[in-house]
Design a protein around this ligand. Sequence first.
Ligand SMILES: NC(=O)c1ccc[n+]([C@@H]2O[C@H](COP(=O)([O-])OP(=O)(O)OC[C@H]3O[C@@H](n4cnc5c(N)ncnc54)[C@H](O)[C@@H]3O)[C@@H](O)[C@H]2O)c1
Length: 340
Amino acid sequence: MNTYRVGIIGCGGIAGVHADGYRAVRKARIELVAGADINPQGAGAQRLSAEYDLQLYGISARCWNGSASTWSASAPGAHPMRGHPGCVPERREGHPVLKAHGRQPGRGGPDDRRLRKGGDHPDRRPRTPLAPQAVKARELVRQGEIGRLSLIWGHCALDLMNNGTHVIDLINILNNDEEPVWVMGQIDRHRQLQGRGNHPDMVMEDMAVGRVGYANGVVGLMELGERADHGFGFRLVGTDGLIEINRPDSPKLKVLSGFRQRGWHAPELVPIHSNFHAKIEELIEAVEGRATHRGRAQHGRRALEIIMGIFESSSRRAALEFPIPAQDFVLERMIREGDV
Ligand SMILES: NC(=O)c1ccc[n+]([C@@H]2O[C@H](COP(=O)([O-])OP(=O)(O)OC[C@H]3O[C@@H](n4cnc5c(N)ncnc54)[C@H](O)[C@@H]3O)[C@@H](O)[C@H]2O)c1
């Protein structure tokens, strides 16, 4: 059994959930060693350090999501795991690259090049918690439980670059990572927010709607922010039934299959400690070569391209074909040019 030494960069709210996930790992020995934060004296960092006996380090650079600090943790032998993709597209020396978002530019280097080639890196997919209900739903679709899949509708609170990364990534996962073919989107930004909570310097929209056509004919419908259902929920519509994931006041997975003629039912799910624990075990499997990781760089890039496509479609007031021609952070451009 291998031993992994774990460090946590950013010791706020979600760090505790990750730490709890590491503590539950069974396939390897985990040593939770250190935490790093721009505010090591803060209540969050102090609480985490006390609960998990972490040595705390201060970081002076203030940059967000996919920041230089996380980038530098991508050293040889390290296996970084992050939340949202946190990269925005830009052009560097004439080539499109994904830049870590924040006022301080992300470092170029091996990761950028790997992304450009679309290579593998476990870190680069939005770390969408893949709950048993999602795994089971995909299995049921594959088995033809609801006939031919035609629509996947997903929604959540907040903005595209935040929870939108998870909504879109999970729609892609549920649709077997099929290629997107076209996108039509609209956004609203009436509050003109420059950021929020854990993304204080990333501009955002108040509401977004995206409709994406995939190569297998399935349509993805994504709704975020104001006037969207704020739950992280999904409905899969097939020619012969429906699957609901995470609907409020119902089982996490609910299936209506015309084929079975027995009304709604809730399939049994594999019990897990937490989604965060499950994805750490999955990362260990991949690192040790027993499985291919679902967090391939292409997948993270695809979710990001869909987000940029929704912004670009809103900006041009037109449906767009993939690949999306934009190679910048489209929302930032729209704001700069007075579009929103
Ligand atoms: N994958 C998921 O399901 C999921 C869920 C929640 C949050 N997130 C993401 O995780 C990140 C943290 O979210 P949170 O809710 O814990 O936020 P938070 O505000 O509670 O905590 C963020 C912590 O990071 C520290 N910090 C800020 N800049 C830093 C830097 N450059 N280097 C080191 N530390 C820094 C802050 O001082 C704070 O302690 C966000 O990017 C968020 O979008 C992901």
